[in-house]
Ligand binder design. Structure first.
Ligand code: FES
Length: 158
């Protein structure tokens, strides 16, 4: 009764085919355990913390709650796509580096998606975009400063 299927998608631009995916497998499980892309974190496993966030066709989704089958034919972006090399990574490291770092990969992707939609987000927009992410180490001001700095750095780059 529990069928498996193969899914085909791209992960960070690279075409992948994953055989024997169970219908109940989450996108996070397939990325981490089947494909070795472990930068998206397995935090709460139930949609509360945002650590597992990835982009599906450019839109933020929670990997722990998204069935892997949804990725068929789609473009998946994980935090590995950026390494430590862009403005968002730099700003997060500068303002939020004092924390444990567990939430940062997901917050980085949320921030990149926000800046792609709104290059100069208001504080309210930043707070709204980060509202699905939990950080146990730092108060929200650190993240708002980081997103503002990243927005300015992206703007300077042009
Ligand atoms: Fe998905 Fe916490 S691990 S929201």
């Amino acid at each position: 009764p529990f069928a498996t299927v193969s899914i085909r998608c791209t992960v960070n631009g690279e075409p992948v085919e994953v055989p024997e995916v169970w219908v109940a497998d989450s996108l996070l499980f397939v990325l981490r355990d089947r494909l070795g892309r472990t930068a998206a974190k397995d935090g709460c496993g139930e949609g509360e913390c945002g650590a597992c966030l990835v982009l599906l066709d450019g839109e933020p989704v929670l990997g722990c709650l998204t069935p892997a089958l949804v990725a068929e034919g789609s473009s998946v972006t994980t935090p590995e796509a950026y390494g430590d090399g862009d403005e968002v990574s730099g700003a997060l490291a500068a303002h939020c580096g004092a924390g444990c770092g567990y939430c940062l990969p997901g917050i980085g992707l949320t921030t990149r998606a926000l800046l792609a939609r709104q290059p100069e987000p208001s504080e309210a927009a930043i707070r709204e975009s980060l509202s699905g992410h939990l950080c146990r180490c730092l108060p929200p001001g650190h993240f708002i400063d980081a997103v503002n700095e990243a927005a300015q750095a992206v703007k300077r780059r042009g």
